[in-house]
Ligand binder design. Structure first.
Ligand code: B12
Length: 822
């Protein structure tokens, strides 16, 4: 009674692309009704895919249905005993909204299971009429199974069965609208050697799908990809399936008609025998050859391949083989393993590998080095160089810096990671302790880029001269060259991503390229800021006419501060923008949702990896939120906030205005109050970051790099998802819920009433305003603190102001510090 293991099989099938899981618990020596609760309890917790209930007992069908969430399928009914099955199962299917699989079998004692395409269609049409007209089953809930006989058993009665099934599917799809078709594929190849079956099944599936088959019952773990089947194997399978006259058979066979139905009995049988023998013979010979493929590669190439493919299967055995050949551990690392890592870098730069795959390669590298370390003397070091890495003072940005650590660390560099919020003094001390070849600085915000200038100056004052690498979202090559490099007086290289960081490190450590690289990044003179604009900036406090005023003020709900733990993680996750999670953080290129819907391999793999990370994260990730509505009044470019009915403001935010005619300012979005009735705005802070840094660090230490990065990426996008979720809730509370037709994509492109604005973004760039928010909302109560750099700790946190005005738009306001009044 290994229920857990059984559900594991289901989960693996789903991971390999299965969309429905067929469950059969019927067994002659067990009580099905007792087993159903035991098994389904496990199953429904493990998989979300719909279930196909495979049993002949109507009571068992009903009991199973009580466990199924969403739509289930009942497999199956047919007309073998007249309408008996229909009478028993249709009411149950209707009551639970389940779909019904209808086999093409009827009462005809001689033929029973339909063989010809015409009979398959006629049984389907009869069943359809009964189901829709007599039993009230909707056409969309009917799935026809045309059934298929094996084509390679040598039984003369079954020759042509493949063609009839393919054509049967085509006829059903053409003649019966709205319904679906399903077919158990593997029966077709019954009797053939196992490796031949995989190919024949795959080719048969291809033709069925082209004829319109909607659902296939296959072993998702074993299915050979049609596109990867070699042409000669595909031809062997096609000739068998279609019973085509063999071009290399004797003259009599070659002369037979193409269409199996026009062949004589002898021709049919002889052609079938010819193809069965040919395919069986081919795969008998091919079997050992296929297996030998990977093992035949030279050992060094195999070692490199583990890294390139990011797999550990067989890695230790091959490392041991290499050691037995007498290779020193260090030479193995610097030789074949590092060659693999270089290839990974090349493939990444060529857009052939994505971030998630590079992390898996790093995992394999870490496992290899971890194994070899035990055979290395303490003094042996594979290091190509040493770098001290830190996120600058006031900044809590961890995820980007950690990616750099993983990539450099697994490409032979010794990385000393000092963590986040690192002040210059700590860096100076670390330099003295570790004597690194380079210093790496990271930071998320514009303020952090300025902090890098200060830090670089401090390092210079202490005589530090090693090359510096810098990176982070708000940084640019121009700022690096124009501000940080002059402050440091030595080479400072901007890296747009971790792989660029690796290339730069390699160039710096290679004597052949070092000087040229350093020279190219050394700038002793600060680049002056762009020349001031010739035209004076239009500074105005005038409300923009682009914003309407003839809109009634919506009543705000309660003005209390709300502090909440948001427990339903799955719902919050449904508000995560896949473009950000899979695209920006895991590196997927292209439209992820579309690729997933089309079962594109990379997208499916990434999706399952992330689902795994979510399952793990569900145990510790916490989403918290604090929000409040405030009475608000516009005062020029300022917004005054009041306690309910209050006379004088409890806080004032000053915003910038677009420096042009009818330029916008956030204050414009507040409506003029009348008769003591004020407009409102809402404010919130959400976080999903508690404990994430520690979890990620733990995974990183274990060498589980993809998970370590995945957990952090999930947390930051969960914070963003929670902001999206809470904003929707605020709109609801405010009395203008989204239309039922609003999609997540609409939300990601802010197609709803009003907008949310975060300090630090272009409409309100002044991050110091975060302090006002902290005074009013007290986000410390959900564990979010403000650093001296105005960043929120933990990292995965978002703050925002919410306006309700339908004319709200995103825009870039001018900085308010230097108004040129005209
Ligand atoms: C995703 C995102 C978020 C996420 C996560 C942020 C994060 N930690 O990465 C969330 C939703 C949490 C977020 C929140 C905020 N964000 Co934000 N965010 C972004 C966004 C869209 C992408 C950042 C990203 O890709 N991160 C993923 C990491 C992996 O990438 P990375 O840091 O760039 O690191 C890579 C490289 O830069 C490089 N690298 C980094 N460091 C180093 C160091 C070395 C030595 C080397 C070699 C390489 C290297 O390698 C890394 C890996 O390849 C940027 C805009 C943009 N297009 O970049 C805005 C952006 C960074 N955010 C911004 C702002 C304002 C905020 C908030 C302040 C808004 C708010 N009020 O809530 C908060 C601040 C969060 C906090 N804790 O205080 C602004 C910052 C500008 C400013 N004013 O300073 C930006 C630039 C948007 C903008 N155009 O205005 N944000």
């Amino acid at each position: 009674e290994k229920w857990e293991e059984a559900t594991e099989i289901a989960r693996r099938q789903v991971r390999n692309g299965a969309h429905i899981i067929d469950v059969c618990l019927q067994s002659t020596d067990r009580e099905e009704m007792k087993d159903i609760p035991l098994f389904y309890e496990f199953l429904i917790r493990k998989i979300k895919a719909p279930v196909m209930i495979d049993t002949t007992d109507p009571k068992a069908v009903e009991l199973s249905l009580t466990y199924c969430q969403g739509k289930a399928l009942i497999n199956s009914i047919n007309l073998e005993d007249g309408e008996e099955k229909f009478e028993q199962l249709c009411p149950i299917a209707k009551a639970y909204g389940a779909a019904l699989v209808v086999g093409s079998i009827d009462e005809d004692k001689l033929q029973a299971q339909a063989f010809t395409r015409e009979r398959k269609l006629s049984i389907a049409e009869r069943s359809y009429k009964l189901l829709t007209e007599k039993y009230g089953i909707p056409p969309e809930d009917i799935v026809f199974d045309p059934l298929v006989f094996p084509c390679a058993t040598g039984d003369a009665n079954y020759i042509g069965g493949a063609v009839e099934t393919i054509e049967g599917i085509r006829l059903i799809k053409e003649n019966i609208p709205y319904s679906k078709t399903v077919l158990g594929i593997s029966n077709i190849s019954f009797g053939l050697p196992a490796n031949a079956r995989e190919v024949v099944n795959s080719v048969f599936l291809y033709y069925c799908t082209k004829a319109g088959l909607d659902l296939a019952i296959v072993n998702a773990e074993k299915l050979e990809r049609f596109a990867s089947i070699p042409a000669d194997e595909r031809r062997l399978a096609e000739q068998l399936l279609f019973n085509t006259p063999p071009p290399d058979g004797d003259e009599k066979l070659r002369a037979a008609p193409e269409d199996w139905r026009e062949q004589t009995q002898e021709q049919k049988a002889a052609i079938n025998q010819f193809h069965i023998a040919a395919i069986a013979e081919y795969f008998r010979r091919a079997a050992p050859k296929k297996k030998a493929k990977a093992a035949d590669l030279p050992l060094d190439q195999r070692l490199g391949n583990y890294i390139i493919e990011g797999t550990k299967d067989g890695l230790v055995e091959d490392l041991e083989r290499k050691r037995q050949e007498g290779a020193a551990p260090l030479d193995i690392i610097n030789g074949p393993l590092m060659a693999g890592m270089s290839e990974v870098g090349r493939l990444f730069n060529n857009n052939e590998l994505i971030v998630a795959e590079v992390l898996q390669s790093a995992e394999a590298m870490k496992a290899a080095v971890g194994y070899l370390e035990q055979f290395m003397a303490k003094a042996d070091t594979a290091a190509r160089g040493k770098i001290v890495l830190a996120t600058v003072k006031g900044d809590v940005h961890d995820i980007g810096k950690n990616l750099v650590e993983i990539i450099l660390g697994n490409n032979g560099y010794n990385v000393v990671n000092l963590g986040i919020k690192v002040p210059p003094e700590t860096l100076i001390q670390a330099y003295r302790d570790h004597k690194p070849d380079a210093i790496g600085l990271s930071g998320l915000l514009v303020k952090s880029a300025q902090q890098m200038v200060i830090t670089a100056g401090d390092l210079r004052e202490h005589g530090i001269q090693v090359p510096m690498l810098v990176g982070g979202a708000a940084l640019s090559d121009k700022f690096t060259r124009g501000k940080i490099a002059p402050s440091y007086g030595e080479a400072v290289c901007y890296a747009k991503d971790a792989m660029t960081g690796l290339r730069l490190m390699n160039e710096i450590m290679d004597p052949a390229t070092r000087e040229a690289t350093l020279r190219a990044h050394r700038h002793s003179e600060a680049v002056p800021d762009a020349a001031p604009q010739a035209e004076p900036v239009v500074w105005s406090e005038r409300r923009s006419a682009k914003v309407r005023l003839d809109i009634p003020i919506p009543a705000a709900p309660s003005l209390d501060r709300k502090v909440r733990d948001i427990k339903h993680l799955t719902e919050v996750w449904s508000y995560i923008n896949p473009f950000m999670l899979y695209g920006r953080h895991l590196g997927y290129k292209g439209n992820f949702d579309k690729a997933l819907a089309e079962h594109e391999e990379k997208a499916v793999n990434l999706y399952h990896q992330m689902e795994e990370i979510k399952r793990h994260a569900a145990q510790f990730m916490q989403v918290k939120a604090v929000w409040q509505f405030f009475e608000a009044e516009r005062d020029g470019n300022s917004v005054n906030l009041f306690s309910p009915g209050g006379e004088s403001p409890i806080h004032t935010f000053r915003f910038g205005r677009q420096p042009r005619e009818e330029g916008l300012c956030l204050s414009d979005y507040l409506l003029e109050g009348d008769e003591g009735k004020r407009d409102h705005l809402a404010m919130f802070v959400v976080t999903a970051g508690a404990g994430i840094r520690e979890k990620s660090e733990e995974l990183k230490q274990r060498g589980e790099y993809l998970s370590a990065h995945g957990v952090q990426a999930l947390a930051i996008e969960t914070a963003e998802g929670a902001a999206e979720w809470l904003h929707r809730r605020i709109r609801e509370d405010w009395g203008f819920p989204d239309a039922p037709t609003t999609t997540m994509h609409d939300r990601f492109t802010s197609k709803y009433r009003g907008k949310r604005y975060s300090f630090g973004y272009p409409a309100c760039p002044n991050l110091d305003d975060q302090q006002g928010m902290w005074k009013l909302l007290r986000p410390e109560d959900i564990g979010v603190e403000l650093t001296e750099g105005m960043m929120m700790e933990p990292e995965a946190s978002v703050s925002a102001l919410v306006f309700h005005h339908p004319d709200c738009a995103y825009f870039t306001a001018s900085e308010i510090e230097e108004p040129a009044l005209v």
